[in-house]
Design a protein. Structure first.
Length: 400
């Protein structure tokens, strides 16, 4: 059960755009606010960002709308990545807005380390800071990692929530004091992510042009080298060449033919068999991933680095798809007993997809038994405790 509290919490987002960490963080914020024990608000540094060749506005983002629907006030500094400015500098007006938002709360919770540069600015009110970390390769955060260490050195960093053991180990190795690192495993809303009845599943497949008995592999990732989409496509080429009934779905930012890099990758993998592309479904950003996963036999992750506790594996598995992943972050631990781990060879991955699909019925019991392990209720309790302890431990809480 969540602790009773009147804590006022401000979440800092770099921006609202497609990605698992933003889904997770928004679930935490909305969940804690809904229980009535904490009052949450959010401040986004950017109102518009361009990532994976897609221009994404805050007002169009499902996480923004979910927070607003939960009664959470969301404001923005109004920055845009389309503008030519120094991302590490803030205008006087932006600092005034940020200071006003931070003055009204007891603790600041930062989604990843990127927004921490704002808390280090002169004029930003001193509040205990909780950084929420979601990677296993902090060196790829560049200057943001320096900001995290600077926040720790300043005494303002009260805690850093790590979504996986691999995250804690990586940030400790990168110089973040170990006593500040707290592991709170990722969780999901089990009322949303669950298997569908056979008739409903078949109807969704039919609407998507997928035969009811076809092998279907779902891939949910943004178009980024970390996610290794070229390896996924190479494995998809192997699968579709062997299985005349196989299909793959690719979801996420940049997973459309509007992305020239993806089009080039498709030509590289399928240039000799363009006929197979009729069974490659490019869906882009979806707001109904629970339906995509529930249609699938397999949920695939081919990432090369950086992953910690990928939500796609958890969400897919809880919808009845067998997770198959490369050995990155805590992925092997996540799928233990319910899925498979492969190397980085495309043929091996395709073979494992085929095996996973064939054994889906056999693994149904294990997938069902694992549900409570991934409940977001446990996750919310963990975050609530960290926020409470952060304020009690610093003595920086302001008067009500």
């Amino acid at each position: 059960m969540l602790e009773h509290s009147s804590l006022r919490v401000l979440s800092l987002y770099e921006g609202f755009f497609s990605g698992g960490a933003r889904v997770l963080h928004s679930t935490v914020v909305a969940g804690l606010h809904a229980h009535g024990h904490q009052q949450h608000s959010a401040l986004s540094l950017y109102s518009t960002v361009r990532r994976e060749s897609v221009r994404q506005r805050m007002e169009d983002d499902p996480r923004f709308h979910a927070l607003r629907a939960a009664g959470i006030r969301v404001t923005t500094l109004g920055r845009s990545t389309d503008e030519d400015h120094d991302p590490r500098r803030f205008t006087e007006a932006q600092m005034e807005l940020a200071a006003r938002e931070a003055t009204a709360v007891d603790v600041v919770m930062s989604l990843k380390e990127q927004p921490l540069r704002l808390t280090l600015e002169v004029g930003f009110p001193q509040r205990p800071v909780v950084a929420c970390l979601h990677r296993s390769d902090p060196e790829h955060s560049g200057a943001a990692l320096d900001d995290l260490r600077a926040t720790a050195d300043s005494g303002l960093l009260a805690a850093a929530v790590c979504c996986a053991e691999s995250t804690r180990d990586a940030y400790a190795a990168a110089g973040v004091p170990e006593h500040l690192l707290r592991v709170v495993p990722n969780g999901i809303d089990l009322t949303r992510f669950h298997p569908l009845r056979r008739v409903r599943r078949a109807a969704l497949r039919g609407a998507a042009g997928i035969p009811a008995d076809a092998t279907l592999v779902a891939y949910a990732a943004r178009y980024d080298a970390m996610k290794n989409p070229r390896l996924f496509l190479a494995a998809a080429r192997e699968l579709l060449g062997r299985d005349d009934d196989g299909h793959v779905m690719m979801c996420g930012a940049g997973m459309t033919r509007d992305n020239p890099a993806l089009v080039a990758d498709l030509h590289e993998s399928f240039g000799d068999r363009p006929d197979l592309l009729t069974r490659v479904h490019l869906l882009g950003v979806r707001r109904d991933m629970e339906h995509v996963y529930a249609m699938a036999d397999v949920v695939a992750l081919t990432s090369a680095f950086g992953e910690a506790a990928p939500l796609c594996l958890i969400e897919g598995a809880m919808c009845g798809a067998v997770p198959v992943t490369t050995p990155v972050g805590d992925s092997a631990h996540l799928v233990a007993g319910i899925g498979f781990v492969t190397g980085f060879d495309a043929a091996e991955i395709a073979e494992t997809w085929i095996e996973a699909s064939a054994r889906r019925g056999e693994l149904h019991g294990a997938l069902t038994a694992a549900r409570q392990r991934f409940s977001h209720v446990r996750m919310l309790s963990g975050y609530a405790r960290v926020l409470e302890q952060a304020v009690r431990g610093t003595g920086l809480r302001v008067a009500a």
